[in-house]
Design a protein around this ligand. Structure first.
Ligand code: SAM
Length: 280
């Protein structure tokens, strides 16, 4: 166990959330902190330099991105241990959320360096709250793998989750991902939240079957996909279903044949049976 007070007059690592589109979202506290530190470490120093110039902040910069994360994190912590305070920012939103930053935090904790977050916007919360889908329990998945077979496998593991599901996606894969969500999760309510906090901000609410057919050319910019959790009351006894499935395999049936039979016998959804039996 370790307890670590953030503000004890000693050098500190700040993780600074930066705007996901609208520069007006930079807080007074963000500017104060950026002015107070000795260095600003950034995922993309050019991009962050623009932001600092906009805010009238002049600082020495350090580059820390996914390809040098380990060495650069060690270097940042070394500088803090030598007496400098440092703010780290990724390109947009919170560091560590589908962005570099987690290794830096681990290195800080290992070295007893205090870490504090300076709040700002996060794309997934900005998308979730007005999506119209339940916000009491949610599951953030971030990006699905780019390879279709890997993405399908990850999605299959999510089929039975009851929480609202949140995905990040880039415009060139949005239709592929919406189609895959429909194929694997079935038709559910969903929302595509686009260009958040920017002039073209848009929430497209509907069902996956409708969303996958939206004209791709109209889905430009940055996007978050929010999908309703599994709200089908599954009255199937999982153990009984699995035992029957194993019995069928032992009799020499192929996996698809055995799945088809248990679906019928237990009146269960194919995707549910697939996710349950895949781990065997
Ligand atoms: N660190 C960021 C955060 O805290 O949200 C996420 C960075 S991740 C590399 C970028 C992804 O976030 C985009 O592909 C998109 O899915 C989502 N995103 C970022 N800005 C957005 C915006 N203005 N509108 C919608 N989605 C956005």
């Amino acid at each position: 166990m370790e307890r670590n007070k953030s503000f004890q007059n000693r050098p500190i690592l700040y993780l600074v959330s930066t705007p996901i589109g609208n520069l007006g979202e930079v807080s007074k506290r963000t500017i104060e902190v950026l002015n107070s530190v000795d260095f600003v470490a950034a995922e993309d120093t050019r991009n962050s330099l623009n932001l600092l110039n906009n805010l009238g902040v002049k600082k020495k910069m350090i580059s820390l991105h996914e390809h040098n994360e380990r060495e650069a994190s060690a270097n940042v912590i070394k500088l803090i241990l030598e007496g400098s305070s440092i703010a780290y920012m990724s390109d947009a939103g919170y560091p560590g959320i589908s962005d570099p930053g987690a290794l830096l935090v681990q290195e800080a904790i290992k070295n007893n360096v205090p870490v504090s977050v300076i709040n700002g916007s996060s794309a997934f919360l900005t998308a979730l709250i007005p999506s119209g889908l339940p916000t009491d329990h949610f599951y953030f998945h971030g990006f699905l793998p780019s390879k279709d077979s890997d993405a399908k496998k990850e999605l299959t593991d999510l089929v039975s989750k009851k929480e609202t599901l949140i995905f990040y996606e880039s415009p060139h894969r949005i239709i592929r991902t919406l189609t895959m969500l429909f194929e694997v999760l079935g038709n559910r309510k969903a929302c595509v939240a686009r260009e958040l906090t920017k002039l073209n901000e848009e929430y497209i609410r509907g069902s996956l079957i409708e969303l996958k057919d939206v004209e791709e050319a109209t889905l430009k910019g940055e996007m978050v996909i929010i999908v309703e959790g599994n709200n089908i009351t599954q009255e199937v006894d999982d153990n009984k279903l699995l035992n029957r499935y194993k019995e069928l395999l032992e009799k020499g049936l192929t996996k698809p044949q055995a799945r088809e039979i248990v679906c019928e016998e237990f009146d269960a959804k194919p995707n549910y049976v697939k996710s349950l039996t895949m781990k065997l």
